[in-house]
Design a protein. Sequence first.
Length: 433
Amino acid sequence: MQLTDKLKQTLDYEELSNCMRCGFCQPACPTFRETGYEAASPRGRIALMKAVADGLMEPDQDFLDQMSLCLGCRACEPVCPAGVHYGQLLEQTREAIAETVRHPWWVRMIRSIVFTHLLPHQHRLYRAGRLLRFYQRSGLQKLVRRFKLLKLLPAHLREMEAILPEGNGTPLTEAVGTFVPAEGERRGRVGMFRGCIMDVMFHDTNVNTVKLLARAGYDVVIPPEQTCCGALHAHSGERPQARELAKRNIRAFQAAEVDYIASNAGGCGALLQEYDMLLEDDREWREAAGWFASRVRDISELLLDAGGVTPLAPIQRRITYQGSCHLRNGMHVTTQPQRLLQAIPGAEYVPLFEADRCCGSAGIYNLVQPQMAGRLLQEKMEHVSRTKADILATSNPGCLLQMKAGIHRAGLEGRMTAVHLVDLLAEACREKE
């Protein structure tokens, strides 16, 4: 099947037609602001999609490049007066591209390894985490760096290797069990979504999330049958796989009979909250997907609903916050993380200029579009430097790694630390105890 025919099948034409071409999206779009190119704006990309669907143009390489250049940050959605669901249109377009355009063999191999043979299989991820931990602790990493073997890699991959957190191969359920009771007055039953890479690369953050929820009065359940949320699949055009992963997660959390489903990663939470849209054409799963999506909450929402995190030890530091695009534009969680940070005794909260603008992480965007991601990160770090903050907090693992890379690139190591919001709150709790 040709790409044009596939696009006609997958694209929501009514949604395409909702775009009024007003241009409100352009100032919010990072790639348009960087390039000034109409086709690099949401309005421009929608026009390209519609032109192909209407048969007015052939989807050439420029079309493919623009669909790839988009970050998928969805900053255009909150400012759109017509309420166009641009993120859905982008994913539908990428799904059509993934199914009809033949990539080079090495791209197909990498996509197969990551999307089919790694992310959906938690035990394989834990194995990879143990290998990473061995590489970092055995002296092999020092050896590789001493002999400058990393120079064989592109610069952006060398930078990523330098800031990777320590790998972990211990499942969250082994660390805390599958059920952690509430402390004090019980407020509800929360299902903890542990994520896939989150539980391997940010295992301590997951542990701290469970402890904070229990401290806030929630019974916490960690269904061991859960799997990857499917966000990276959906963003990369692998929507059929994302749907299968969604069904596995819905089944696991329905069996757990939870009141809420907690996410500590904005990228994961946004897709989890949109499982109803992902499965809207599946009559068998539509109702269950709605049940699931309606219960998804970010950790900051659940903590604030419980009255915040108390008591906290003072942290005599300047703190700023870089927002997660999908947390803000997808889950519509805006002020909650800042309110939790501002409640830390002794801390001076410093607002970050354009904290609502993408840092360039965007899932795996910084790996596949390193040039544009680097331009966005450079501007972001200029704003971060002006805050003179000691701590840069964020609420998404991809953003956290990108901020660590930015601190490394800007030479701010030793003066500034990037941390997940959950880990900062957990540290303040431990200090108080």
